[in-house]
Design a protein around this ligand. Structure first.
Ligand code: ATP
Ligand code: MG
Length: 411
C-alpha cells in the first residue's frame, strides 16, 4: 500500500468541519478589517527565499524543498508566504494603488522539519500583510485582527507576547552588547547557538535548550538598547493595544526566526506551541527589489489551531446531519424519494435519499448514524395518498405531512 509522505496529513470528515469553521471566521474577520485575498504560486525562484527569508535562517538552510525544473532553474516550494506576497506587491506595482495595501492569504507551506506534535512538512497558514505604513497603529491593527480571530474562534489559553528588536541603527548596538556578554560564555552554549553566535546572535535568545535559557537570564535586554524612535514606537503600540482592551505580555525572549524583522515582533502562544508569529519588516520590500516600504504581518498555523480546538473539551461546533433522509421501498417509492431530494436541494435544504439499494431497516440505521434531523419512508401507500410520516429524530415526534411543500416542515 502506498502511504502519504511523512509529515503530511489528509483532512476530512470531522476535522474538515473544524477547518471550514476556521476558514469561515477568517473570511468574516478579514472582511471586517478590509483585507483582500491574494493567491501566490506554491513554488517560486529559490533566490526569492534566499533574499526574502534570509540565508542564515533554519528555514532556508535546513528546511526548504528545492529542486531543478527541466530547464535547470532552481525552484523551491514556498516555506512561507510573506516573501511571495512581497514579490507580488513589487512585481504587480501595487504601490501605485492607494496605500497602505492590506492583503491576506490562506494556503500550504512546505518545510523539511523533524515531524512531531503540531509540526508537519506541509502545513497551512492564514496570514496578513500590510505594505506601505510605518505607524505603530499598523501593528495594533494587525495584532488586533489576530486577537479577534482567536477570540471569535473561542481558542482558549492563548497569550499575546510582544517585543521590539530595534531597527538598523540600534540593533547593531545591541548585537555588540550581546556578543560581548556571550563571548566569555561560549562553552556553555549549545552547538547550534555557537554557530548562531557568528551569523545571527539574536536567534540565540529564543533557543529552547535549558542550559542556554539559564545563561540568557543574565543577558543584556534588547529593550534597553532601543533608540528614541524605536522606544516611542513600541510605547505607542502598547498604548493602542491597551485602548483596544487586548491583553499582552512584553517578552524580551520573542525574537522570531526570520532575518527581515525590524522593531515589533509578536507571537500568540498556546500551551506547547506558537499559533501566530509576526512582526514588522521594513527591509523586506527593498530586499525583493522594491522601494523601501514599511510592512507588518503575521502567519497563523491552521493545523495548530485545529489541534487546540480538538484538545478543548467544549468544542465550539457540534455535528449536525442532513435536514432530512428520505428512505424508500419499491421502485416507485425510490423514484419519488430521489425526486423530492432533488427539489429540496434546489431550495438549499440538505437532503439525502438512499442510493445504495439498502433494505428499509439498513436505511434507517444509516440515517441514525449520519445524524439526520428528520426521516421519512416512501412506499406504495405514501405515493397513493401523497402524504408520509415525517419523523423528528431528536424528539421522536411523528407528523403526517403532504409530499408537496415538504420544505415548510424542514426550515
Ligand atoms: P516554530 O518556532 O514553531 O518553528 P516558526 O517561527 O518557524 O515556528 P513561522 O515561520 O513564523 O513559524 O510560521 C508562523 C506559524 O505557522 C507558526 O506560529 C505556526 O503556528 C505555524 N507553523 C510553522 N511551521 C509549522 C509546521 N512545520 N507545522 C505546523 N505549523 C507550523
Ligand atoms: Mg520553525
Amino acid at each position: 500500500m502506498i502511504q502519504a509522505p511523512k509529515g503530511t496529513k489528509d483532512v476530512y470528515g470531522e476535522e474538515m468541519r473544524l477547518w471550514r469553521y476556521i476558514e469561515d471566521e477568517i473570511r468574516a474577520i478579514t472582511h471586517a478589517y478590509c483585507y483582500t485575498e491574494i493567491r501566490t504560486p506554491i513554488f517560486e525562484q529559490t533566490d526569492l527565499f534566499l533574499r526574502g527569508v534570509g540565508d542564515t535562517t533554519d528555514i532556508v538552510q535546513k528546511e526548504m524543498y528545492t529542486f531543478e525544473d527541466k530547464a535547470g532553474r532552481s525552484l523551491s516550494l514556498r516555506p512561507e508566504a510573506t516573501a511571495g506576497t512581497a514579490r507580488a506587491y513589487v512585481e504587480r506595482g501595487m504601490h501605485n494603488q492607494p496605500q497602505p495595501t492590506r492583503l491576506y492569504y490562506v494556503g500550504p507551506n512546505f518545510r523539511y522539519e523533524n515531524t512531531q506534535h503540531g509540526r508537519y512538512r506541509q502545513h497551512s497558514q492564514f496570514g496578513v500583510e500590510v505594505f506601505g505604513a510605518y505607524s505603530a497603529a499598523t501593528e495594533a491593527e494587525v495584532i488586533s485582527l489576530g486577537a479577534s480571530l482567536i477570540s471569535r474562534l473561542k481558542v482558549e489559553n492563548v497569550n499575546l507576547h510582544i517585543n521590539s528588536i530595534g531597527c538598523g541603527e540600534c540593533r547593531p548596538v545591541y548585537h555588540a552588547r550581546l556578543k560581548d556578554f556571550l563571548s566569555s560564555r561560549l562553552e556553555n552554549l549549545c552547538n547550534t547557538c555557537r554557530e548562531r553566535f557568528g551569523k545571527n546572535p539574536l536567534r540565540i535568545l529564543d533557543c529552547k535548550t535549558p542550559s542556554c535559557q539559564e545563561l540568557l537570564t543574565q543577558a543584556p535586554l534588547v529593550l534597553d538598547a532601543l533608540d528614541e524612535e524605536c522606544r516611542t514606537h513600541f510605547e505607542e503600540l502598547q498604548l493602542l493595544l491597551t485602548r483596544m482592551n487586548i491583553p499582552f505580555i512584553v517578552d524580551a525572549k520573542v525574537v522570531r526566526g526570520l532575518d527581515y524583522y525590524t522593531r515589533t515582533v509578536f507571537e500568540f502562544i498556546a500551551p506547547g506551541y506558537t499559533v501566530i508569529g509576526g512582526g514588522r519588516y521594513d527591509g523586506l520590500i527593498s530586499e525583493v527589489g522594491g522601494q523601501p516600504t514599511g510592512g507588518v504581518g503575521f502567519g497563523m498555523g491552521i493545523e495548530r489551531l485545529v489541534l487546540r480546538l480538538q484538545e478543548q473539551k467544549n468544542a465550539p461546533i457540534t455535528a449536525t446531519g442532513p435536514a432530512i433522509f428520505i428512505g424508500h421501498t419499491g421502485v416507485e417509492g425510490a423514484r419519488k424519494a430521489h425526486e423530492l431530494a432533488y427539489n429540496l436541494r434546489q431550495l438549499g435544504i440538505q437532503a439525502e435519499s438512499d442510493i445504495a439499494n439498502r433494505s428499509v431497516k439498513a436505511q434507517m440505521k444509516y440515517a441514525n448514524k449520519v445524524l439526520a434531523q428528520h426521516t421519512m419512508i416512501l412506499g406504495q401507500d405514501e405515493l397513493e395518498k401523497n402524504t408520509a410520516n415525517l419523523k423528528n429524530m431528536q424528539t421522536g415526534e411523528q407528523t403526517q405531512v403532504s409530499l408537496d411543500g415538504l420544505e415548510n416542515y424542514l426550515r
